[in-house]
Design a binder for this molecule. Structure first.
Ligand code: NDP
Ligand code: MG
Length: 384
């Protein structure tokens, strides 16, 4: 039995993880959860799962849940504010934390969870992007596992089982290409949030949907792969695979390529991260090759979607540069979703921030958090 906390239980990944818990065969016990603003979603989860510990980061939502629990006589331990994440991530009763909050908000609780020797099922890729060196070193020091939930990294994780790292030639990250594959820069000028939120293959949270459309998501995943698997950026290749069936591949030095395939359903990598090293009966639909007409692969259009190259650049520079890239993107996506900037300005803002802020080689955690704050302040001042 695994006893877990889910940070960001009301989100796309969080609610899909609940499907794994619903099926008792998966042997996952839900002890703690956190949510931010989704009162109704959290109430439904409390009613169905009765988690013993609940953290709510948004003040208004916290007050509303507190009132609800008192009225309904719920025997729960409630935590409010930013520390709520850390409290739920470090509970004595748990052995694993699923980090499925969005953005840099996941960083501090993930580090606290690692220090408390909890294994991490990591969906929150931003944590590794902004502080990969720190997080991976902490994981090693504390002997905890970082199990990838991101579908590509979950795939790579499976492809490397039983092989030696020294034999890896390269990692091939597949990308769906997003909703605007094939479009020109001219086409992208007037893109609206509604259009960008409509992903052709995956149904995800708002921020990652925009990231997928700009290829920032793939950029973040390149950096995530670098830290998770200890490969250099020259050993990571991105290839567009619009069907999203091959979730990623590893090429070995003898030229053999091992791929992981499966249906387009995040419950598959979530389930594996929560059952590893065991495998459990499928929850996601199984892939039926009779319905797969073709698998195609093409080069990403890096001239139209420049954020991918910018991520490689940030990753290669390392130090605080991935945090600058990420912070600029997070705030730019918020501004775009609020219709305060144009679509192509997301890329402009990332590039501007990367040029504006000085490169620091080995930032500590506080420096990472500070640079993130400074980048956001700069972008807000300059662009709105
Ligand atoms: P969602 O936006 O659907 O969910 C985010 C969750 O985090 C919600 O529970 C939300 O609470 C909570 N949250 C939002 N802001 C804050 C904050 N400031 N502090 C604390 N909690 C907060 O996101 P996704 O589930 O799509 O993504 C989660 C993470 O997983 C991201 O890092 C993403 O990149 C990664 N990921 C997602 C995939 C997907 O298919 N969705 C695939 C691969 C990776 P509330 O709803 O209550 O406001
Ligand atoms: Mg992914």
């Amino acid at each position: 039995m695994k006893n877990i906390s889910i940070l960001g239980v009301t989100g796309s990944i969080g609610t899909q993880a609940l499907d794994i818990i619903r099926n008792k065969e998966n042997k996952v016990n839900l002890i703690g959860v956190t949510a931010h603003r989704n009162f109704k979603g959290l109430v439904d989860i409390i009613e169905e799962f009765s988690p013993k510990y609940i953290g709510i980061t948004d003040k208004k939502c916290y007050e509303a849940i507190k009132e609800y629990c008192e009225r309904e006589n719920k025997q729960v331990n409630l935590f409010g504010g930013e520390e709520a994440l850390e409290k739920v991530a470090t509970l004595k009763e748990i052995d694993t934390v699923l980090t499925s909050v969005v953005g840099i908000a996941g960083l501090k609780p993930t580090i606290k969870a690692i220090e408390a020797k909890k294994n991490i099922a990591l969906a929150n890729k931003e944590t590794l992007v902004v502080a990969g060196d720190i997080v991976m070193a902490k994981a090693k020091e504390n002997g905890v596992k970082i199990l990838p939930v991101d579908s590509e990294h979950g795939a790579i994780f499976q492809c490397i089982q039983g092989n030696e790292k020294k034999d890896i030639n390269k990692i091939i990250l597949t990308a769906s290409g997003g909703p605007f594959r094939g479009k020109t820069r001219d086409d992208l000028k007037e893109i609206t949030p509604k259009e960008a939120l409509k992903h052709p293959k995956w149904n995800m949270g708002r921020k990652i949907s925009i990231d997928s459309s700009t290829l920032v998501n793939k950029g973040l995943e390149v950096i995530e792969a670098h830290f998770l698997f200890g490969v250099s950026y020259d050993e990571i290749e991105v290839i567009v695979h619009p069907q999203s069936i091959v979730h990623s591949m590893v090429e070995y030095k003898d030229g053999s390529i091992i791929a992981q395939l499966g249906s387009t359903d995040m419950r598959l990598p979530i389930q594996y991260a929560l059952s590893y090293p065991d495998r459990r009966t499928a929850i996601a639909d199984k892939l039926d090759f009779k319905t797969v007409s073709s698998l195609t692969f093409e080069q990403p259009d890096i001239n139209t979607f420049r954020c991918l190259e910018l991520a490689f650049k940030a990753g290669k520079l390392g130090g605080n540069m991935p945090a600058i890239y990420n912070g600029a993107n997070e705030i730019a996506v918020e501004l775009f979703l609020d219709a305060r900037i144009k679509y192509l300005q997301i890329e402009e803002i990332i590039e501007d921030a990367m040029n504006k802020f000085p490169h620091v080689k080995n930032p500590d955690l506080q420096q990472v958090l500070d640079i993130d704050k400074q980048v956001r302040e700069y972008v807000l001042k300059r662009y709105v």
